[in-house]
Design a binder for this molecule. Structure first.
Ligand SMILES: Cc1cc2nc3c(=O)[nH]c(=O)nc-3n(C[C@H](O)[C@H](O)[C@H](O)COP(=O)(O)OP(=O)(O)OC[C@H]3O[C@@H](n4cnc5c(N)ncnc54)[C@H](O)[C@@H]3O)c2cc1C
Length: 448
């Protein structure tokens, strides 16, 4: 295989000295073994890779960071197309539109937008890829007030499965444009994305934490609290078993905690009043206060660099007392769990389907999103974490919603969409990539 003459970027093959690092995903535990890795330097490189792959009878798996590499499965007869170097980020402060290359990470966008007093619907982690996150939906700290990130996309530059570069927007390739907004990267390879930003520089945000033994009282109070809060409040209730890592703030290192993290897009006095019932439980740690929007990537304490880890998630249609009891039975202080985090993100508000329109996935038809993850430095820990993730899924399955969420799915391969959405996505895939050249992490389920 050699199409290097056509590339501005780099082709790395298994015999090259940097093969071991070139094939690495952010999720270090995922052992990616593609036929080749291309680091694209331009949209033309993406196009050349697609044309070469077609000629060679190979598939192409686009990857920004590899945060969600686990579900890709085997990559034999596949070119791993890394977009790391397509990192352009430009902000138009007049139209409040960001244009980002396929390799941009959230921290680049939140930093650039904040210079103009603008906020993006970024995820919790600084180094998650903007494009992978947004194609899969995108649940941000402003999800309940602004909906999914995918629904704010106004255009995408896309290389199609025949190598053609097109612009997809409301007037051009409208079906492809629809599919890209929440349906994942099934039908084309995005080289740049344009999306709306919002005027905001600071907000009320922080974390309240208690020893994990307090979890039954704290999560029951949080569960009652989320029924009362307005849509400007997006919060997470989580169980943390933190390793003694220097990356973590000193008071949290090596601790097992129950925590509530929240962003309240409200004036400070109103946010303080709202928090009173949780503060009445006397948290050991309370960081809540006025926070720069550009600092929100620190709130969830996601690892700031690649890690060997395994995780999985599911949507819950509700969290009645039986569900909370099942959750606590699985994750409470009595269990010695190999999970760093088990979290419940409160949905609803502007995430209700159709509340913010625009794209294949225009909301999440569920009340909570569950996500859990553990560190997996060796084969034995992978087995242990997978076993607990499966156990957690089984315990919570009575409350599982009818649809799923691509971004939090790393192990499960269920159905994500309502049948009519899945049928339309299937039609778009057939029209744009009939030979299934593009290898997405979440392919459509096989047709019945
Ligand atoms: C620490 C951490 C924190 C997270 N926080 C959040 C959060 O707050 N909210 C949330 O919603 N999700 C969150 N996620 C999930 C995250 O959104 C998904 O893992 C997402 O898929 C990551 O996108 P990526 O580009 O970084 O990953 P990648 O693994 O590089 O990409 C995932 C998939 O996206 C598709 N894709 C990527 N680039 C392209 C492209 N250029 N063209 C076409 N398809 C493409 C491919 O199918 C690829 O397999 C988090 C994940 C982690 C590990």
């Amino acid at each position: 295989m050699d199409f290097t003459g056509e590339l501005h970027g780099r082709l790395v093959l298994p015999h090259d000295p940097d093969w071991p690092t070139a094939r690495m995903a952010w999720q270090l535990a995922v052992d990616q073994r593609p036929s080749a890795v291309v680091f694209a330097a331009s949209a033309q490189d993406v196009s050349a890779t697609v044309v070469a792959a077609r000629h060679l009878g190979l598939r192409v798996a686009p990857q920004g960071t590899g945060h969600n590499a686990a579900p890709l499965g085997p990559l034999d007869r596949t070119i791993l197309l890394r977009t790391d170097h397509l990192g352009e980020v430009s902000i138009d402060p007049l139209t409040r539109i960001a244009r980002v290359g396929a390799g941009a990470r959230w921290i680049q966008v939140t930093d650039a937008a904040s210079k103009y007093g603008l906020m993006a619907l970024a995820g919790s982690a600084a180094d998650v890829g903007v494009v992978g996150y947004t194609l899969g939906g995108g649940v941000s700290w402003f999800a309940r007030s602004h909906g999914l990130a995918a629904n704010q996309v106004v255009a995408a530059d896309v290389v199609l499965a025949d190598g053609t570069l097109v612009r997809a927007d409301a007037g051009n390739h409208p079906d492809l444009f629809w599919a890209l907004r929440g349906g994942g990267g099934i039908a084309g390879i995005v080289t740049a994305l344009e999306f709306r930003l919002f005027p905001m520089t600071e907000t009320q945000a922080g974390l309240l934490a208690w020893p994990i033994e307090r979890a039954p009282a704290v999560l029951a109070a949080w569960r009652r609290w989320v029924d009362e809060v307005p849509d400007q409040v997006t919060s997470v209730g989580r169980m943390l078993r933190l390793p003694p890592l220097p990356d973590l703030p000193e008071p949290l290192r090596g601790r097992s905690l129950v925590a509530v993290e929240a962003v309240c897009d409200l004036p400070a006095p109103q946010a303080d009043t709202l928090l009173a019932p949780l503060r009445a439980l006397a948290p050991e740690l309370d960081t809540f206060g006025t926070t720069a929007v550009s600092d929100l990537h620190l709130l969830h304490m996601d690892p700031p660099h690649p890690v060997p880890a395994a995780g999985d998630g599911m949507l819950l249609s509700g969290l009645p007392s039986g569900a909370l009891a099942a959750f606590l039975g699985m994750t409470g202080a009595g269990r010695d769990l190999p999970l760093l985090t088990v979290e419940l993100r409160h949905l609803g508000g502007a995430l209700r389907p159709g509340a913010v329109k625009g794209g294949a996935v225009d909301g999440l038809d569920a009340e909570f999103a569950l996500f859990a993850a553990g560190i997996t430095p060796d084969a034995a820990s992978v087995v242990a974490v997978h076993a607990v993730l499966d156990e957690l899924r089984t315990a919570m399955s009575p409350w599982e919603a009818a649809t799923g969420y691509r971004n939090f799915a790393e192990r499960s391969r269920g159905r994500f969409d309502r049948p009519e959405v899945e049928a339309r996505l299937r039609a778009v895939k057939s029209a744009y990539d009939p030979d299934d050249l593009i290898h997405a992490n979440h392919p459509l389920p096989s047709a019945q």
